[in-house]
Write a protein that binds this ligand. Structure first.
Ligand code: ATP
Length: 263
């Protein structure tokens, strides 16, 4: 298993029981999508998995190793994190941003090598934005920035990718581009754990879905089993229908879509 979370509990000083008995796992080639309403603790769970927050109870294992026994650098070699795209204050060049993904592999005080630069360029090629290598990160679009952050994670050469709302603020074209890259990475054997506010994306790019509410995981399973009228309506406290779009995907399976009912 690439990632196992067992009975994890965490709270901030002012938020008792924010995460309560959370368990889930991500195997090689899995894309697990974590769905849940605003403020339910999705980002907090990611921060626990990244070792940024100290958990109260439970265990987090990456490729079988308890992360509490790993140094920050060791953990960074195992897990690559893709945060939501924001701008940086410093005018970094895109290539330099991606080379930063090599940091966990560099010795103290050592500069990135020609090989590190080559790996960064390969990552930019994989995400289709090598032509932006000399652009400033602060001067490219939100969708392009998200692709740069994914490239930086790929340059890290960790098998497990953790993405926080990878399609937030992106237009339809860029959402599709990101989901396609996620699909492709899973085919190449990456394990992917992502949060999302778009249940439709679970059908498009994920083979597993976990739904979280009130600090607990309510269910984990395949998108067909979990992304249903009743689950979504309970999760988001709104009437939501899951319908067939009557079009076939690449596997000749009918595509499903989620529609909020406003009446
Ligand atoms: N550093 C912090 N200190 C105290 N409370 C925090 C801190 N960070 C987040 N919280 C609170 O914890 C709760 C969960 O936040 P979190 O960001 O994990 O939720 P989320 O499910 O990712 O939300 P969203 O979908 O809106 O991004 C929120 O009520 C938030 O206000």
């Amino acid at each position: 298993m690439s990632l196992t979370v067992e009975n994890l509990s965490f709270n901030y000083a002012k938020r008792p029981n924010l995460l309560d008995g959370v368990s889930l796992s991500v195997a090689e080639g899995d894309v697990l999508c974590l769905l849940g309403p605003n403020g339910t603790g999705k980002t907090t769970l990611l921060r626990c998995i990244l070792g940024i927050l100290k958990i109260k109870h439970g265990k987090i294992r990456v490729r079988g190793r308890d992360i509490s026994s790993m140094s920050t650098k060791e953990l960074a070699r195992e897990i690559a994190y893709v945060p939501q795209a924001t701008t940086t204050v410093f005018p970094y060049q895109v290539l330099d941003m991606v080379i930063m993904g090599r940091n966990p592999h560099l010795g103290v005080m050592s500069a990135p090598s020609a090989r590190d630069e080559e790996i960064a360029r390969e990552a930019l090629s994989k995400t289709g934005i090598l032509h932006l290598e000399n652009s400033l990160f602060s001067e490219i679009s939100g969708g392009e920035r998200q692709l740069v952050l994914i490239a930086r994670a790929l340059a890290q050469q960790s098998n497990l990718l953790v993405l926080d709302e990878p399609t937030a603020n992106l237009d339809y074209g860029n959402q599709a581009r990101i989901l396609k890259i996620i699909n492709e990475l899973a085919r190449q054997g990456y394990s992917i754990f992502m949060t999302s506010h778009f249940p439709n994306h679970a059908f498009l790019a994920c083979n597993k879905v976990a739904i979280m509410k009130g600090g607990k995981i309510l269910a984990v399973g395949s998108p067909d089993d979990i992304v249903t009228d009743s689950c979504l309506s309970e999760l988001y406290c709104a009437s939501i229908k899951v319908v067939s779009a009557r079009i076939l995907d690449k596997q000749r399976k009918e595509v499903k879509v989620c529609v909020p009912m406003l009446a």
